[in-house]
Ligand binder design. Sequence first.
Ligand code: ADP
Length: 183
Amino acid sequence: MRIVILGPPGAGKGTQGVRLAEELKITHLATGDMLRAEVKAGSELGRLAGDYMDRGDLVPDDVIIGMIQSRLTSDSGMVLDGFPRTLTQARALDEALTAADTPLDRTIYFSVSREELVQRLLNRASEQGRSDDTIETINRRMDVYEEQTAPVLDYYRSAGSVIEIDGTGTPSEVFGRLIEAVR
Ligand code: ADP
């Protein structure tokens, strides 16, 4: 199965994406995790990406697409989390999947109010200390989401295939809804 999870920062894409991939025994591909691994390793890509991430800006499309392209079609299935985040990325994904004749099976959108998202990210900041979870960066990421990623949701909606899931409640409650949507 090939599944895309869309949603704003803090909606629970990562938490749910990991669980879903485990449940379905497919790969969890999260561009945010891949980028943080590059930053930690001190690679050239990590140095380039880290500045964008700390500001709350998106890493440029060519960098992201170059990083993930070879992994988009090599597996029997995947949960894509945090990608695509721009229309350019969505089109690149379409092209790769069309060329490989492996279409998406589900596009899932987690909806959560902005107020709750900000609260969740501030809580995560005190628990995990992620360098992009400061109030300034959180607000910037929300604005970037509205400007650059919300159009991706419309793009998939106009193709007629988005399943919207209420992202509020406990992680188990949300996971229950997610499994329903996937089965
Ligand atoms: P969140 O959903 O909480 O913002 P992520 O871990 O998905 O967390 O992303 C963290 C940061 O990594 C983003 O703010 C952005 O800078 C960068 N990033 C992740 N995925 C992408 C992507 N597909 N395109 C551009 N930048 C990305």
